[in-house]
Design a protein around this ligand. Structure first.
Ligand SMILES: Nc1nc2c(ncn2[C@@H]2O[C@H](COP(=O)(O)OP(=O)(O)OP(=O)(O)O)[C@@H](O)[C@H]2O)c(=O)[nH]1
Ligand SMILES: [Mg+2]
Length: 489
């Protein structure tokens, strides 16, 4: 009963906040764009490139309002939430352009506000405010926990960990789990060991050879200021999904901490960030999964569908907007398309479309506009045809990061090379049936893997007369046109 009452209070608070934001929106049109993606999907790079393109004026022929000169200016402005850190835009741009370094993994939430002055097609002057939020991708994995009890989560996590390639990475944790009696008295030491072994297992699954995506709870991998707290010290036990924990038992302790994790960590993130979004771009790094193998592709698909079920999509009516804003546009973007020759972009797009097919039809049914695109927010490569024996292979040229390797060669981070990463499969039914549709690093040594998508350094940017260079990209303009083009008409 207590939780029902607190849900009611929460709903009332959300409605009041929506009402205030709805009123502000009438005078000061605002788009709150959610940039969603699992860790390393490319969120921070995307936000940096988008803001740079709007501030500097990027080469965006498909972004109509900019290409036709109707955008008079864009500027950064103080963000709306005082308690959220500011997105480190300037640092990210300088690292990208001057040091040719990508941003480090994001460890906390941050926010940036951009104000765009533009001319409507009837020549009246208007302003659109764009709010962007960046956060660590790991946090996203937690959203599906909101609808799961401890017992359900434990059963799902255990079932998953008994499948290959996870099972071999879970051996130490499973061995410890076998020594635990969930109905025995609560035991802090046993819990600490279980949480540590479970976290080690999650971390091992994330290694690029396995590239597993479905790894909740997210803060176990990215704990931030909660490291070592009881809310992060629990693990799955082998308990029945519908059983009841005896008072004072290990099981009751784990369950209490899992609930604390949801209350203290997951719910605030969902409430303060996800329920306020108007539009979403969902970034997906499908190529990292292809490097690892068919198991990683299936796992990525599972992780995405769990997350996308949590979106509040559909065209808002006046009354529903008062209760909660809804997402009326979603763009699914396969990132890092610059790792492929352009002749493979259609396949990459088709693969992503297939991965998110259920979410797309649900969103379209609810009245939202949906699109899928293969994109690179910052293009790090060029294209070339390379002669290998009798074949001319569509290849890409770029500077692999120091330490990357392919075909027995380890790269130094300074030399440019031409690579042929492999043709993406076109028979999608086979691919998504799981099994052994192709070979990746999970099952084979790197020289036998079917794909090898290397990590490239950011490109050498061309500066004309010392001016700030435009960042090269692939279809970032198409993404922008879809996401905010209609609000700049
Ligand atoms: N070639 C290329 N690589 C990219 C691009 N975007 C991202 N990357 C690579 O992907 C890595 C991760 O990108 P981020 O933008 O930091 O990813 P993120 O989603 O913010 O990741 P977290 O902060 O860990 O959640 C980068 O370090 C780059 O190696 C792109 O447009 N092109
Ligand atoms: Mg990031």
């Amino acid at each position: 009963m207590a939780s029902r009452f607190s849900d009611l209070v929460e709903d009332a608070r959300l409605s009041v906040r929506s009402l205030i934001e709805y009123g502000e929106n009438l005078f000061n049109p605002t788009v709150r764009l959610g940039v969603t993606g699992l860790s390393r999907a490319g969120k921070t790079v995307f936000i940096t490139a988008l803001v740079h393109g709007l501030l500097r004026g990027g080469r965006f022929p498909v972004f109509e309002s900019l290409a036709s000169g109707r955008i008079a200016s864009a500027r950064l402005s103080p963000q709306p939430d005082d308690a959220v850190p500011r997105f480190g835009y300037e640092g990210h741009v300088r690292a990208l352009i001057d040091a040719r370094r990508w941003p480090a993994s994001t460890t906390d939430i941050s926010e940036l506000r951009l104000v765009i002055d533009y001319q409507r097609q009837n020549t009246a002057s208007r302003t659109l405010t764009l709010d962007l939020v960046d956060y660590p991708g790991e946090w996203l994995l937690d959203l599906p926990l909101l609808t799961r009890s401890y017992e359900q989560w434990a059963a799902e996590s255990l079932a998953l960990s008994r499948r290959e390639p996870r099972a071999r990475l879970a051996a130490a944790w499973h061995a410890h789990l076998a020594t635990l009696d969930p109905r025995a008295r609560e035991d802090e030491q046993a819990t600490l060991i279980a949480a540590r072994l479970f976290t080690d297992y999650l971390r091992a699954c994330r290694d690029e050879r396995f590239a597993m995506s479905l790894l909740p709870p997210g803060r176990f991998l990215m704990p931030g200021n909660l490291a070592g707290s009881p809310a992060l010290t629990f693990a799955p036990l082998d308990v029945p999904p519908d059983g009841a924990a005896p008072d004072g038992s290990l099981w009751a302790m784990m369950r209490r901490r899992y609930d604390a994790y949801k209350d203290a960590v997951v719910r605030p993130f969902f409430r303060d960030h996800f329920t306020r979004l108007d539009r979403q771009i969902v970034l997906v790094d499908a190529l990292a999964a292809f490097n690892a193998g068919p198991e990683a592709v299936t796992d990525l698909e599972g992780a995405l569908s769990g997350i996308l079920d949590c979106f509040n999509v559909g065209r808002g009516t006046f009354f529903s907007a008062l209760l909660r804003p809804r997402i009326d546009r979603i763009l699914f973007a396969a990132t890092k398309a610059d790792h492929l020759h352009h002749t493979s972009h259609d396949r990459l797009e088709a693969i992503l479309r297939r991965m998110v097919e259920r979410a797309v039809s649900r969103a379209e049914f609810a009245g939202a506009a949906v699109d899928v695109v293969a994109m690179a927010a910052v293009r790090a490569t060029r294209e070339a045809m390379v002669q290998r024996g009798r074949d001319r292979l569509p290849s890409i040229l770029g500077t692999p990061e120091a330490g990357e390797n392919a075909g027995g060669e380890v790269f130094d981070g300074a030399t440019e090379v031409a690579t042929f990463p492999g043709d993406l499969p076109d028979r999608l039914d086979e691919l998504f049936a799981g099994g052994d549709a192709f070979q990746g690093l999970t099952a084979a040594a790197s020289e036998h893997a079917n794909f090898r998508f290397l990590r490239f350094r950011p490109p050498q940017f061309a500066r004309e007369d010392g001016a700030e260079p435009a960042l090269p990209h692939i279809r970032l303009d198409r993404a922008l046109q879809f996401l905010i083009g209609d609000r700049l008409q």
